[in-house]
Design a protein around this ligand. Structure first.
Ligand code: ZN
Length: 134
């Protein structure tokens, strides 16, 4: 498969409003977009560092994936996302090599990217996302 760079790192937070000032006022980054992804029951805030983004994730529903994650593990690193060329074939290849997929087919994520997740059971505990800009 053809991974090109780390597209973003996902960080679960209880509150965007409370966490954004750390990234802006302490780290000096600029939040350039806030977007709700209804599908995943999250509100996301984006920051850019080079080719990589940070994606803060606030749950909009305690039963959503981020709500349940924070309940179990607390706030913190949630997933790593690799930019990939040819997401469909990357997923096929991963599955052929024995990786358990959460998404067999890509779906639409924030910023209109095609995204798909690999199960952390198959990736040594790191929820791993592939994404491709089409
Ligand atoms: Zn992501």
């Amino acid at each position: 498969m053809n991974l090109t760079h780390i597209e973003h790192i996902g960080i679960a937070v209880k509150s965007l409003e409370e966490s954004i000032p750390f990234y802006e006022k302490v780290l000096g980054l600029k939040c350039y977009a806030i977007e709700e992804v209804k599908d995943q029951k999250v509100k996301t805030a984006f920051f850019k560092i080079g080719d990589t983004k940070l994606e803060l994730l606030e749950s909009t529903d305690p039963d959503g994936p981020i709500g349940r994650f924070i309940e179990r593990k607390g706030q913190g690193l949630h997933h790593i996302a690799f930019a990939v060329r040819g997401i469909d074939s990357a997923l096929e290849e991963a599955e052929q090599k024995g990786v358990q997929l959460i998404d067999k087919k890509p779906r639409k994520g924030a910023e209109g990217l095609d995204i798909a997740f690999l199960h952390p059971r198959s990736t040594f505990g790191v929820l791993t996302e592939f994404c491709e800009k089409k």
